[in-house]
Design a protein around this ligand. Structure first.
Ligand SMILES: NC(=O)c1ccc[n+]([C@@H]2O[C@H](COP(=O)([O-])OP(=O)(O)OC[C@H]3O[C@@H](n4cnc5c(N)ncnc54)[C@H](OP(=O)(O)O)[C@@H]3O)[C@@H](O)[C@H]2O)c1
Length: 314
């Protein structure tokens, strides 16, 4: 099969590899589309180096094919799999989604939402799941600020916070203002023109790495500051020290810092399916790229040109 093969960190090529075999608890998918997010860039480059200690492979990547977010059709089920059968349309995360076929653990798969395309479904799992987990506990009427609102996680953050009944302010650069408005934000701040003002019950920080003092100033006493990520932390630790510092600060401040470590789980993807089928959120697909241009797709996200989500179609 054709796949984007990565034998070492920093480079990947379209090549031919064997179709993978599903193990216990896994299924083989005919991949229809694969989502791209900042995580794909991290897996391509092996940066920050700290992530290599967390099971991704110290010197070379453990998974030889790139790509995680996936949508497709079940082709074959592995030993012990129940609840899925060949022909089922699914979405979730897989090992090596930039390929014609990929193996996925069923604990990371849910039924594809009805009424959306495979391309849209592949744009949902990691970004939508991260936003959902970061916004747990938000109540109707609360004020939510989303930093990086025009990116992958942020674009779902705006929609999910609105679906929860919050008053939402999205912060982004000029080219993403229209998108963020169209996603339902009550207020949109173009940070190249003005900085955000006001007080929020929750800040979902998906870009920009604002100083803690700035974030606290904009957060109500007992409010939460959810640190999703930013690309300003350097090649070694990638901002992990910022997460540690935020936890160390918690006992001394009235607000709570929450360094988010999202998980890829079927129940989370199923919650997203329900939100999509109920018309509460949509997959904001900016651009698609063919499999042969998967690296360009990653670069499009890395260079912050993407509005919402980017998808590789197979
Ligand atoms: N914690 C977790 O479990 C988890 C899970 C998924 C992703 N992440 C991380 O979360 C971050 C966001 O991921 P993503 O996939 O959403 O990336 P993305 O699609 O690149 O979105 C990030 C957004 O941040 C915006 N941004 C950059 N500087 C900004 C600033 N100064 N103020 C406001 N916005 C700014 C960028 O565009 P503009 O500047 O043009 O507006 C971009 O739209 C990444 O660092 C990723 O690695 C963490």
């Amino acid at each position: 099969m054709k796949a984007v093969v990565q034998r070492r960190y920093g480079s990947a090529v379209l090549g031919d590899v064997d179709v993978p075999v599903p193990g216990p608890g896994e299924v083989l998918l005919e991949v229809r589309a694969a989502g791209v997010d900042m995580g794909t860039w991290h897996l391509l480059t092996g940066k920050p180096y700290l992530m290599r200690l967390f099971g991704f492979g110290l010197r070379t990547p453990k998974t030889p094919v790139l790509g995680r977010d996936v949508s497709g059709v079940v082709n074959q089920i592995g030993p012990g799999v129940t609840g899925f059968a060949p022909g089922d349309e699914v979405f979730g995360t897989a090992k090596g989604a930039f390929a014609e076929y990929a193996v996925a653990p069923v604990k990371q798969l849910a039924r594809k939402p009805a009424g959306i395309s495979f391309t849209e479904a592949a744009a949902v799992p990691i970004s939508g799941g991260t936003a959902l987990q970061g916004l747990r506990g938000v109540r109707a009427g609360q004020r939510v600020l989303v930093l990086g609102a025009g990116g992958g996680v942020g674009s779902y953050g705006v929609q999910i916070a609105k679906a929860l009944g919050a008053h939402v302010t999205g912060v982004c650069s000029t080219s993403k203002v229209e998108l963020v408005r169209s996603l339902g934000a009550d207020e949109v701040v173009d940070y190249t023109v003005a900085d955000f003002t006001g007080t929020y019950d929750l800040i979902l920080s998906c870009g920009g790495d604002r100083p803690f003092s700035r974030l606290r100033k904009a957060t109500a006493p007992r409010g939460r500051i959810v640190l999703v990520g930013a690309e300003t932390g350097g090649s070694v630790t990638g901002g992990f020290e910022r997460s540690l510092a935020s936890v160390a600060l918690n006992p001394f401040v009235s607000q709570k810092f929450v360094p988010l470590m999202s998980t890829e789980r079927a129940d989370v993807f199923d919650e997203l399916r329900v939100l999509i089928e109920g018309g509460k959120i949509k997959a904001p697909v900016d651009r698609t790229f063919p499999l042969s241009e998967a690296l360009q797709a990653i670069d499009h996200v890395y260079t912050r040109r993407s509005r919402g989500k980017v998808v590789v179609t197979i």
